[in-house]
Design a protein. Structure first.
Length: 103
């Protein structure tokens, strides 16, 4: 979830929570849909770690939206997560393809 949120903010720019949830939901078969009960704690954790920041912006007369912005530390963390993801995926494929049997 951390990697996906950082990637969206990195490529799309600042987003508010509902917008992030819709981007994740709009994936094939809604496979990456994340309930709000999980999304916001993930966002708060990213803020605590300094990977993203938040700010409020008016959306109508009475409504304020909280937007999330990726920080430099978040961009660095995203690169680490992507590297870990591809290494993990490569090793999972190794096992799934039965390559361990040839050793």
């Amino acid at each position: 979830v951390e990697m996906l949120l950082l990637q969206i903010l990195s490529t799309k720019g600042d987003c508010y929570g509902y917008e992030l949830s819709q981007i994740l939901k709009d994936t094939e078969n809604e496979i990456l849909a994340i309930p709000e009960g999980s999304l916001y704690p993930a966002l708060y954790k990213l803020i605590e770690k300094g990977y993203i920041s938040d700010y409020k912006k008016p959306a109508g007369k009475r409504l304020m939206r909280v937007y999330y912005h990726i920080e430099e530390e978040g961009t660095q963390r995203l690169q680490e997560l992507i590297t870990e993801f591809y290494a993990t995926t490569k090793n999972i494929e190794y096992i799934l393809n039965g390559n361990f049997m040839s050793n």
